[in-house]
Every structure is written in C-alpha cells, then in structure tokens.
Design a protein around this ligand. Structure first.
Ligand SMILES: [Zn+2]
Length: 243
C-alpha cells in the first residue's frame, strides 16, 4: 500500500465521522417533526370529537322539541278524557293517552342518554385539549434547544466536510470516483480491511462481506498502491495494521 490507499483509509475515517454527524442532525430535526405531527393528530382528534358533540346536541334538541309537542298532546288528551261522553270514548282516549305517555318516557330516556354522551365527549375534548397544550408547551421548550443543537451539528458537519475535501484533494481522480460510488452503495462503507483467519495461515476474507480473498490480492496490496476491490461486494480492500 502507498499514499493512494492510505489516503482512502483516511478518507473513509473522515467519511464515517461526516455520516455520523449528518445522522445526528437528521435525528435532532426529526424529533421536532414527530412532535409537530403528534400535535396535529391530536388537533384532528379534537375537531372530530367537537363535531360529534355538535351532532349529538342537534339530535337531543330535536327530541326535546318532539317531547314538547307530545306534552301538548297529553294535555289535550287529558282534557278530552274529562269531557268523554261514553265509556267507549273514554277508554279509547285513555289508551291513546297511555301510549303517548309510554312513548314520552322512551324519548326522555333517549335524551338522557344523549346528554350523558355529550358530557362524556366534552370531558374527552377537555382531555385532548390538555394534551395539546402540554405537547405545545413542551415543543416550544424543545424548539430553541433543538435549533441550537442542529446549528451545533451543522457546524461540526461543515468542519468535517472541510477536512473531507482536504483529504480528497490528495487522492487521484479515479480512486476517488470509485470511493464515492462504493460509498453510496454501502451507506458509507467503501473501504474495508482484509481479515486474516488466525487458525489458518494464508486464509483471507473481505471484512465487508466475509467472502474469501486470494493470497495474490493480499500480495498485490503489500507491494503496490493500486485499488483492489472485493470480487463479491466490490468494496475497496486494504490491509489492516498487521497486514
Ligand atoms: Zn466483500
């Protein structure tokens, strides 16, 4: 190995730090976005609940109105009960009166149930609103902190990027292109060390995919400064410290 391969090893180490820094920045920003989404979904839930309450109120108002008109019917029936002239007429009005009364008590029960629903839903609305307020407060507390942290991470990234550019400048164009391509393929891992199995001398494998590497490739790496890629995963092979 020579300056090119050693340069690639150095570039890989800077690349690792650069990617770690970018990942930290992404996580830091994502936390705020997740919290914003949570608040939005709570707000949607609150709107839906409020609409439900509204609909239930309309329904119970309608039943109240119906009950009122039925109460008037009952008053009218009572009057005609008193003025009934025959037993038969009396009995007929009495049946009608009892039926109306029974219907009324059914409607009253329905109204009570609806009022209970409204009460429960309104309590739920209050609860959701409380959660929204709490989450918003938390977000407002976190936002400046997350912003400052993001700025810090960005500054670190910028610094590492300068370092990356400096190291990249020392590497010839072709190996650098290979490095960039393989880096994209393996999410940052372009350069990998050849492992030597302790128990079997002369048995080597790619540190990235663990496929066997020929002793010839290892010899080439020891004597030359050319890129040798794993025939299986195409990563750039280098020798470790004990190489
Ligand atoms: Zn490999």
């Amino acid at each position: 190995m020579g300056p090119v391969l050693n340069g690639l090893i150095q570039l890989q180490s800077v690349e690792n730090r650069l990617r770690a820094g970018k990942a930290k920045l992404t996580r830091c920003r994502r936390n705020v976005v997740i919290q914003e989404n949570q608040i939005r979904s709570l707000q949607n839930a609150l709107e839906a609940k409020k609409e439900e309450v509204q609909l239930t109120k309309v329904q119970s108002d309608r039943l109240e109105l119906e009950l009122k008109s039925r109460d008037e019917t009952i008053a009218r029936l009572r009057a005609s009960l008193n003025s009934a002239k025959t037993n038969k007429e009396y009995a007929a009005v009495l049946t009608q009166l009892n039926t109306t009364k029974a219907d009324n008590s059914k409607i009253e029960t329905q109204i009570l149930e609806l009022l209970r629903d409204i009460e429960a839903d309104e309590a739920e609305c209050k609860d959701i609103q409380k959660q929204i307020d709490e989450q918003k407060q938390q977000l407002e507390r976190n936002r400046p902190e997350a912003g400052a942290l993001a700025d810090k991470y960005q500054a670190e990234i910028n610094e590492i990027q300068v370092e990356w550019n400096q190291v990249a400048q020392t590497i010839p164009e072709k190996p650098l292109e290979v490095f960039k391509r393989v880096t994209e393929t393996y999410d940052g891992q372009a350069v990998t060390v050849i492992d030597q199995q302790d128990d079997k001398k002369g048995t080597f494998s790619c540190g990235g995919c663990f496929m066997g590497i020929t002793a010839e490739s290892v010899n080439l790496l020891m004597t030359k400064d050319d890129i040798i890629r794993c025939p299986n995963c195409t990563r750039i092979l280098v020798l470790g410290n004990q190489g």
